[in-house]
Design a protein around this ligand. Structure first.
Ligand code: HEC
Ligand code: HEC
Ligand code: HEC
Ligand code: HEC
Ligand code: HEC
Ligand code: HEC
Ligand code: HEC
Ligand code: HEC
Ligand code: HEC
Ligand code: HEC
Length: 318
């Protein structure tokens, strides 16, 4: 949690108080910078109450509504900690007059996106968001409020089910990938996008949480971690040589079905095919090749694709 410049707050409040004194409400000039309301949230809640179309009140049931927590907006300038000095916005407007605007958040609003994000980052510039600036979401003009909902009791990002819905609004293809025959159980809410990604930005490609893709996979699939006696070169290098991270139409998230998967690297011409004719399959070039491709194909014999710890597992057969 970054600290809101604590020491400046009392001075800041004093300044506002003085400003408020000088600019008495009656003759506040339009061209002066807008002032903060004297009564904080009470001013706003006169109009933005439970009858309001937009549900403002649930914020009081979140960390942002904790007036007893000195770090919370409600302990500082309340609504205006985020929405900025309201100026004449809370005043009564005459017929035909437009209510002066106030800073707001989201898409298609007048407040520029960098200004919106800066408000949140004043308090949330801690480790998870250390790479926000320059991260792909920041550079693609995605804002904090595109993912988070501060006026809701349940921020959609905290909950696995809501997270996939929200992310999929922009990442439809990924949602489809998670519906494939074999997939990481994100749609069953056993995993969240943020178990693998840090959407705030990372040093790494594709917003991956870890330094490398293999480290990511091994976090949860520790049994595939080496060293083993007979490692299989691609497994030590990068799991995603053979597996998709999201979902696949092949079993076990595989990018291709064996033998095609294996034959990308292993030219079957070099295989000792003529040695094995005792299994009832007809001998001869074409048929014997078929024998190496039947059923689970290569895996029938080379079952230890991830490497072997058996003394005679050099060919990954046991
Ligand atoms: C006298 C009633 C009144 C008071 C008091 C009031 N508002 Fe509003 N506010 C409105 C109305 C009405 C709208 C709808 C937009 C409009 O008519 O311009 C609105 C809109 C807003 C919006 C959306 C702005 C936008 O551009 O979409 C925000 C945010 C907001 N108010 C925050 C506040 C805050 C914070 C306070 C307290 C400092 C406050 N309001 C006090 C009446 C009020
Ligand atoms: C932590 C920062 C924060 C605080 C504190 C906060 N708001 Fe908001 N407010 C937002 C954000 C962000 C949105 C955009 C929608 C969302 O995220 O839920 C918003 C949306 C709104 C809207 C709807 C704006 C629209 O575009 O229609 C109103 C009205 C509003 N806030 C009023 C208030 C009032 C009144 C208070 C004090 C009781 C308050 N807000 C406190 C951040 C804040
Ligand atoms: C004045 C400081 C302050 C500002 C400004 C602020 N926050 Fe917070 N935020 C907090 C505090 C305090 C908490 C509660 C942290 C805790 O309980 O550990 C919090 C919690 C959160 C959480 C976690 C909610 C949860 O349910 O776990 C999110 C998400 C969040 N803030 C997003 C935002 C966004 C988005 C904005 C800008 C619209 C914003 N914050 C502005 C102080 C702030
Ligand atoms: C692309 C979606 C997305 C955007 C944009 C985004 N967040 Fe988040 N945020 C998340 C997700 C997902 C989590 C949950 C992470 C977790 O639980 O591991 C989260 C968690 C948080 C939390 C609570 C846990 C923590 O990491 O401290 C805070 C605070 C927060 N975000 C603030 C922000 C702020 C500030 C911004 C804008 C600068 C922002 N977020 C932009 C998706 C997003
Ligand atoms: C099990 C870990 C994991 C989960 C869960 C996960 N991802 Fe990914 N994601 C990855 C990895 C690893 C990559 C990089 C793939 C590559 O480089 O081959 C990636 C890549 C991406 C990309 C870049 C484009 C692409 O498809 O390569 C997007 C966008 C993405 N993920 C979004 C999401 C969303 C949205 C969710 C949740 C619905 C999600 N991811 C859940 C691991 C995961
Ligand atoms: C408002 C739209 C929006 C939302 C919501 C959103 N993203 Fe993105 N995201 C983008 C855009 C735009 C890009 C850049 C183009 C692309 O790669 O699709 C991007 C890129 C990414 C990338 C790929 C990074 C790369 O280097 O290629 C990942 C991973 C990602 N988002 C994950 C997530 C996750 C996880 C969530 C939900 C927590 C999420 N996004 C929510 C718009 C969004
Ligand atoms: C956050 C934890 C987590 C991470 C990180 C993770 N996985 Fe998984 N993985 C799971 C879970 C949970 C399952 C489902 C296990 C089950 O159903 O028994 C799974 C299942 C699998 C399966 C079997 C799928 C099937 O249909 O049989 C494969 C293959 C797999 N993961 C590969 C990977 C790869 C490759 C990576 C890295 C890109 C990775 N995993 C990262 C948690 C994770
Ligand atoms: C050379 C290709 C290849 C690479 C690289 C690879 N795998 Fe696999 N993986 C497979 C094949 C083939 C299967 C299917 C095995 C079967 O059907 O018996 C599989 C199955 C799995 C499964 C599900 C069944 C099981 O054994 O638990 C998991 C989990 C898995 N791999 C994780 C990983 C992880 C983690 C990595 C990286 C450390 C990795 N794989 C790298 C080929 C590969
Ligand atoms: C990305 C390329 C790649 C893929 C895909 C791949 N391998 Fe390998 N495999 C290698 C490399 C490189 C070696 C090490 C060769 C060496 O040491 O001469 C190897 C070694 C082997 C060995 C041991 C060979 C020996 O001489 O000791 C077997 C058996 C093997 N792979 C089977 C498979 C099977 C079965 C698949 C499919 C599930 C597969 N490989 C997929 C690259 C790959
Ligand atoms: C019927 C069992 C069987 C099947 C099926 C099989 N292999 Fe083999 N493979 C072997 C045996 C046995 C050896 C060891 C031969 C030796 O030691 O001379 C071997 C050796 C290898 C080697 C090491 C090459 C060498 O010259 O030692 C590779 C690579 C290999 N197989 C890949 C594959 C691939 C790829 C497939 C699927 C297209 C496959 N194998 C299917 C039994 C099989």
């Amino acid at each position: 949690m970054g600290t809101y410049e604590q020491t400046t707050i009392p001075a800041f409040c004093l300044l506002i108080f003085l400003t408020a004194l000088i600019l008495s409400p009656v003759n506040a000039a339009e061209d002066k910078p807008p002032a903060y309301s004297k009564k904080g949230a009470d001013t706003c809640l006169k109009c933005h109450d439970e009858d309001n179309e937009y549900p403002v009140l649930p914020i009081f049931r979140t960390g942002h509504g904790e007036s007893n927590d000195s770090r919370s907006p409600m302990a500082i300038l309340q609504c205006e900690t985020c929405h900025g000095p309201a100026g004449n916005h809370p005043k009564r407007v005459r017929e035909g007059e437009v209510r002066p605007p106030i800073r707001t958040f989201g898409k298609n609003v007048w407040t520029p996106l960098p200004e919106q994000n800066a408000v949140c980052l004043r308090c949330h510039d801690d480790t998870p968001r250390i790479n926000w600036h320059g991260g792909v979401h920041e550079t693609e003009s995605v804002g904090c409020a595109d993912c988070h909902q501060v006026h809701s009791r349940h921020d959609p990002m905290a909950d696995a089910g809501n997270q996939i819905e929200k992310c999929s609004q922009c990442h439809l293809r990924q949602k489809a990938e998670f519906s494939r025959r074999s997939s990481h159980p994100v749609r069953f809410k056993q995993l969240r996008c943020s178990d693998c990604h840090n959407p705030h930005g990372t040093f790494n490609d594709k917003l991956i949480k870890t330094d490398s893709k293999i480290d990511l996979c091994l976090r949860c699939h520790a049994e595939k971690r080496g060293p083993v006696l007979w490692p299989h070169a691609p497994v030590v290098e990068d799991c995603t040589i053979c597996h998709y991270a999201h979902g696949s139409i092949q079993a076990a998230l595989l990018k291709k079905r064996p033998p095609l998967l294996c034959q990308q690297c292993h030219n079957n011409a070099g295989h000792p095919s003529t040695l094995y004719t005792g299994d009832g399959l007809p001998a001869g070039n074409i048929a014997s090749q078929r024998k190496f491709l039947l059923g689970k194909s290569c895996l029938n014999c080379h079952s230890q694709v991830h490497g072997s710890n058996h003394p005679s597992g050099v060919k990954l057969m046991r």
